[in-house]
Design a protein around this ligand. Sequence first.
Ligand code: MUC
Ligand code: MG
Length: 367
Amino acid sequence: MKIVKVEAIPFAIPYVKPLRFASGEVHTADHVLVRVHTDEGLVGTAEAPPRPYTYGETQESIVAVVDKIFAPQILGLTLLERESVHERLDRTVGNPTAKAAIDMALWDTLGQAAGMPVSGLLGGYTDRMRVSHMVGFASAEKMVAEAERVRGTYGVTTFKVKVGRRPYTEDVAACRALREALGDDVELYIDGNRGWTAPESARVLRELADLNLMFAEELCPADDVLGRRWLVERCPVPFIADESATRAGEVTRELLGGSATAISVKTARTGFTASQRVLHECEGLGVEVVMGNQIDGQVGTLCSVAFGSAHRHSARYAGELSNFLDMTDDLLTEPLTIENGTLRVREGAGLGIDIDPDKLARYRQDI
Ligand code: MUC
Ligand code: MG
């Protein structure tokens, strides 16, 4: 079965409230829907969320790189030649979400062709994941109110707290308020998106030592090589590399260099094929992984839960699967629901991504 067409459709859906963090803020989900068509009429779907402040991709650059570079390189290859697809895509450095969306759309097509769910094809470990909710920058009171609302409404009991502000005392106060309000039973961890220096990060970790944090993520830049190594040596919990370890080679470099002791796996940037390489590398090395969220919509979240639940090693911790809750609308015919703190994989062949044509027509930016 051959690939005959690859579409990149820009769409934009506003957020109810922006997500703010140390490296940027998101007001609108200006994503790209990627569709891979086969000669037998199957259509695989995924979404690419541009994160300009992290990887330099924009909605426009994703559409351009898919239309002008990636699609022409893979047309004519079959669904069973994914290794060749990646060989061709990987000639181009960067563009992680564009590559990842093509990979996941291909897997969706493969699942449909086989009449099997992609999650089962990937590993089929379980059919659901516990959900971790990301709490963005706001006053301590507002951050507590959000976490309490998400716990009360969806049963979520794991929270990733965005930190990395200056002065750091604001973040220390917010973390403390969250622990006091939510109690000892919730799981809390922090993500600094490179906002602090290594010494500032060390100071914060000391001040938060009594809060029983589960992880610390990207508190300072990995490019401060010796500072980051110094920090990670002193960090009392696994130190997650996220944007510093975006592919298997970078994961190796960060882990062997002592700049990280855990890894965030994001299907939005490594799709399924490269995410499996990262995951298996980490599993082989005995390194913990967390399923991260690149501020995905429902399409991306479905991809993330399909992958995370497919493997024992990625299903261990709660996955970051709730950013879509803050969108005013989405593209799926049947919206995702989080119940009892859990998100389930969609049943059926492929990824179960059924796009509502009216919604796509309303939100697409190209016609
Ligand atoms: C995260 O884990 O950092 C914020 C920026 C990005 O690329 O992903 C999010 C969440
Ligand atoms: Mg992160």
